[in-house]
Structures are given as C-alpha cells and as structure tokens.
Design a protein around this ligand. Sequence first.
Ligand code: ZN
Length: 98
Amino acid sequence: MAGGVKESVFVPSGRKVITVVGRLGDEFIDPDKPYCSCSNFFFRVLGGREETCYHLLSYRMATETGKLDVVKFSDEEYGAYLAATVRDVFEVIRKSAS
Ligand SMILES: [Zn+2]
C-alpha cells in the first residue's frame, strides 16, 4: 500500500497536485479541503456516512511515514500535467460508473 502517493510540486509557484494510486487508477486528492475524486468520497464521505476515504488515509500515512513521493515540475508543464491527470481521473470515473 505504501508508495502509491505522489505529490507533484510546480516551481517556482509552489503549486501542488497530489495523486493516489487506487484500485482503478489514479485519484486526485486535496488533503487541505479535504477532497478526493473517488466515488467513495463522493457518496460516503460527502453523504456523512464515513469520515474519510482510502486515498486520503493513504496520503496521511505516506506523510507520517515519509513515503510520500515528491516529484518536481516547472510551472510551464502545469497545463499539460493537469490535462493528463484530469483525463486519467475521468477515465477512472467512467470505469467505476459502468
Ligand atoms: Zn478517495
């Protein structure tokens, strides 16, 4: 389970995009909000039935154990990176909905 959390940091702005590798593919999380792109978060956490989802838990564990995989990118790459990440996330949503 460790090693599945990736924090992409964009320099020099310091913008961060955090993704967690899940069962179906990458999920996009924002631990500060908190937010996760998975359907479990959407239905159970926002529905008040659970406090958090697997991906946000994985992130917390990764930061606590120092297993967070930090990758640096330049700000020029942000648009392309985000487009690729969003495409992956929608792919996961499509697969989990079918
Ligand atoms: Zn999740």
